[in-house]
Design a protein around this ligand. Structure first.
Ligand SMILES: NC(=O)c1ccc[n+]([C@@H]2O[C@H](COP(=O)([O-])OP(=O)(O)OC[C@H]3O[C@@H](n4cnc5c(N)ncnc54)[C@H](O)[C@@H]3O)[C@@H](O)[C@H]2O)c1
Length: 341
């Protein structure tokens, strides 16, 4: 366990999102990247060489047992979060777990119970809270002059290459867990109110016709105990010609005002011989320095591990979100049946 630092960090899963975590860990002077784990031996060797990592493992159990690891970052496919998270927590390590917490309430309860008993810190990596626009939206609502939130509309979408080429394991997850969670989390954070009931539908077609056993899109109506109502929708069939990998809109109508966050409006457009990309980077390497919202989320977690604060995104938040998201998936499977929470 950690004292005054450095925080010795092990990363489990060094794929697409895992590589961003590796960059954030090595960019933070209070951390030392001591171990990585992945089933893909070629990728493991490549990342170990790029990031200068001493210990490499193909089993997360071996990484968790490593004496030179104080904090474990879990960046595995959505359906594989429970065992590594509970094992690391039970071993007394701090845990940063990638979203979604889990795909079932049973798994999320097991992780939340382990986090409750554990001496280490636990945070679910809902890093979008650290995007300046979402953090500023929260501050604007907290000023009080906009009045109560009445209605929210949120959409998140991906280009088709995400579920087909980049992450074929996404068939085992669901759009709601994969990207719906980001905007549902912002809504719950803004409102501070429980979800009371949901109703949702999904549609299959484009992906099924290409052999992927998953829906193209979902649309949910979410009612909160405070009376606010939310439309949450998502899809992952945007065409290759869509000018960014991610499309996102968040609109929040209050009694006396509006908070409107349109991340598809970009300051940067890059036109190439065969592509047009509209994407202002929110995180990454800017002029040689790792910057942006994912770094800020990581720094917050490191602060909590080294100084003892409570992470902004708790295990209880993760469990609450899992309850709502699994209800959305259940309602989709039952063709829009109303589900009370
Ligand atoms: N916070 C965000 O904005 C954000 C963005 C993207 C992905 N994610 C989340 O991060 C997680 C990983 O997504 P990704 O895009 O990096 O996926 P990925 O497929 O690119 O990477 C997963 C890695 O885990 C490895 N792996 C699989 N099973 C393993 C096992 N049993 N033991 C060890 N290694 C194993 C794979 O070889 C792969 O390298 C998912 O839960 C995803 O939802 C979060």
């Amino acid at each position: 366990m950690s004292g005054p630092g450095p925080l010795r960090v092990g990363v489990v899963g060094v794929g697409w999102q895992g590589s961003g975590h590796l960059q954030n860990v090595v960019a933070e002077p209070r951390c030392r990247l001591t171990a990585i784990c992945d089933l893909n031996r070629e990728l493991l060797a490549e990342r170990a060489s790029t990031f200068g990592v001493a210990h490499t493992f193909t089993s997360y159990r071996d990484l968790v047992a490593c004496d030179e690891v104080d904090a474990v970052v879990i960046v595995l496919p959505d359906h594989l979060h429970r065992e590594p998270a509970t094992t690391a927590l039970e071993a007394g390590k701090h845990v940063l777990l990638e979203k979604p917490m889990a795909l079932s309430v049973d798994d999320a309860e097991a992780i939340a119970a382990a986090a409750e008993r554990a001496p280490g810190r636990f945070m679910l990596n809902l890093s979008n809270r650290w995007m300046p626009a979402f953090a500023a939206g929260k501050a604007a609502l907290e000023r009080g002059d906009l009045g109560a939130v009445r209605y929210l509309y949120a959409r998140m979408a991906n280009r088709l290459e995400v579920p087909t080429k980049r992450l074929p394991w996404l068939q085992r997850s669901h759009l709601a867990h994969w990207i719906g969670i980001h905007r549902l989390d912002i809504a719950c954070w803004y409102l501070g109110s429980e979800v009371s009931r949901v109703r949702a539908v999904e549609r299959r077609g484009v992906l099924a016709s290409q052999g992927f056993d998953t829906a193209d899109l979902f649309q949910a109506t979410i009612e909160f105990a405070c009376g606010a109502v939310m439309t949450l929708e998502g899809n992952w069939i945007l065409p290759a010609g869509y000018p960014s990998l991610v499309d996102s809109r968040f609109y929040c109508l209050c009694e006396k005002g509006v908070v409107d966050i349109d991340r598809s409006r970009s300051e940067l457009a890059v036109a190439g011989p065969e592509s047009f990309d509209l994407n202002t980077p929110g995180a990454g390497n800017i002029l040689g320095r790792q910057s942006g919202f994912t770094v800020e989320a990581w720094r917050h977690f490191v602060d909590c591990c080294l100084e003892g604060g409570e992470p902004l995104v708790s295990a209880a938040d993760g469990l609450r979100l899992t309850r709502v998201l699994t209800a959305i998936v259940d309602s989709c499977r039952r063709d829009g049946e109303l589900i009370e929470l």
